[in-house]
Design a protein around this ligand. Structure first.
Ligand SMILES: [Zn+2]
Ligand SMILES: [Zn+2]
Length: 422
């Protein structure tokens, strides 16, 4: 008997714990803007904010541009780069760091390139910078982020949203292939100006990652369902269920990002620090982080921390790193096989379909399969689920919410039953 117990313990140590050996959690922001596009801070100011506030990695994703080449930004009281901002940079980084020049009759500051920023900020094992691009459709939606790109792609003019999004993703994948480097792409803020409907999202062939949370206050993460505009959680469940119906290999993972634009006044605009990803990887290195993201080894958070996440053939379980006095509600959400796939349009009072509204789908999609306030929640598959994911909502108010009344949350990636190993 004792021998059997020891044998089981050995097996557990060898195999049960194998997944997490040598792996650590790294905190990152994969969506941010600087003076290179429409952010209000120099890239070094933005990078310093994240480094000083405990982030492990960031990726610059300015609109349709990479941080390269010689670019000078006008310094003026009425400009986003004021003389006070430049003085503050001199104070923070030293007089030699700031480079100004008269050009076309105006005093200007040279923007630091990605390589200069890396040289200044990166420290092996403690802070990592990546470069990317937010492929921004001229005059509207959609927007797609490329993480770890090396060549500018740029935005397209507006066309069919699903087609444009897929073209962006195809160009990003082609660049990854051509350069032999990992580049992750994701759909940004599907609920910014009701940018992407559920039906469009279903049609985006290459869609595998999307922002379930974007910290920009102009984004409607929580939709306005009474008018027919779904939450990002609802988009997630419907797209996943409808795609899995015909493609059992499909997956869709959710990210939380800041989409930071405004670094100088907290509580106003799109601030840093609202939402992030926690990635479980072997090392704080670009390839390891992106491999982990591709494998779904990450969760999205606006303040709740998790550990020991297991998604395997028996179910999902994890631990919440609980703060004393805080209560956490975990909902395991999923869709069962054979669900009702029908949908109806949302109509205006005159009977016409509502512009840009998603269709309404059956309540058999995205069912709350279980709910618990335990701090080590677990869900065991009953055998009829297509997938199960988890969302944790705490009762701690978010310290700087994108929307008033928000509390801290976390999202665990879906465990897709047909794709799991024993
Ligand atoms: Zn955007
Ligand atoms: Zn953005």
């Amino acid at each position: 008997m004792i021998r059997a117990i020891i044998f089981c313990m050995l097996i557990f140590l060898l195999f049960g714990a194998r997944e997490t050996v040598g792996q650590e959690w790294f905190k990152g922001n994969l969506h941010m803007h600087t003076l290179w596009s429409d952010g209000d801070a120099a890239p070094e100011y933005a990078a310093a904010w994240y480094k000083d506030n405990g982030w492990d990695f960031i990726c610059f994703t300015d609109h349709n541009i990479l941080l390269e080449g010689e670019t000078f930004k006008p310094i003026a009281d009425e400009s986003v780069l004021t003389p006070d901002c430049v003085d503050a940079l001199r104070e923070q980084f030293g007089d030699d760091w700031v480079e100004t020049r008269e050009q076309l009759g105006r005093l200007r500051m040279r923007l630091k390139t990605f390589e200069e920023l890396r040289a200044h900020f990166e420290a092996p094992g403690s802070f990592l910078l990546m470069q990317g691009e937010e492929l921004t459709t001229l005059g509207g939606s959609p927007h797609v982020n490329a993480i770890n790109s090396v060549e500018r792609i740029g935005g397209l003019t507006q066309d069919d949203i699903a087609v444009v999004t897929d073209e962006y993703m195809a160009s990003i994948e082609a660049q990854a292939e051509a350069h032999g480097r990992p580049i992750v792409h994701f759909l940004c803020h599907p609920n910014w100006s009701d940018a992407v409907t559920i039906e469009e999202a279903i049609k985006i062939e290459r869609l595998r990652y999307f922002e379930v949370y974007n910290g920009h206050p102009a984004v409607n993460n929580w939709g306005h369902e009474e008018h027919g505009y779904p939450t990002t959680d609802r988009i997630w469940d419907v797209v996943l269920s409808m795609r899995l119906k015909s493609d059992p290999g499909y997956f869709l993972y959710g990210l939380a990002t800041d989409d930071a634009h405004n670094y100088h006044r907290m509580g106003r605009g799109a601030n840093p620090g609202r939402g992030w990803v926690m990635v479980r990887a072997e090392a704080l290195e670009t390839e390891a982080l992106l491999a982990a993201i591709k494998a779904g080894e990450f969760y999205a958070s606006t303040g709740v921390s998790l550990d020991n996440i297991t998604r395997n053939a028996s179910g999902i379980s994890f631990d919440i790193i609980a703060t004393p006095g805080v209560s956490y509600t975990t909902r395991f959400i999923g869709t069962r096989r054979g669900f009702n796939t029908e949908s109806e349009p949302v109509l205006c009072e005159d009977g016409e379909p509502k512009p840009r509204a998603s269709r309404q789908y059956s309540d058999e999609i995205g069912v709350v399969l279980a709910e618990t306030t335990d701090t080590s929640p677990s869900y065991t598959f009953t055998g009829d689920e297509l997938y199960v994911r988890a969302k944790v909502v705490s009762d701690t108010p978010h310290p700087n919410p994108f929307r008033e009344g928000d509390t801290e949350m976390a999202w665990v990636q879906p465990a897709i039953v047909g794709q799991l190993q024993e």
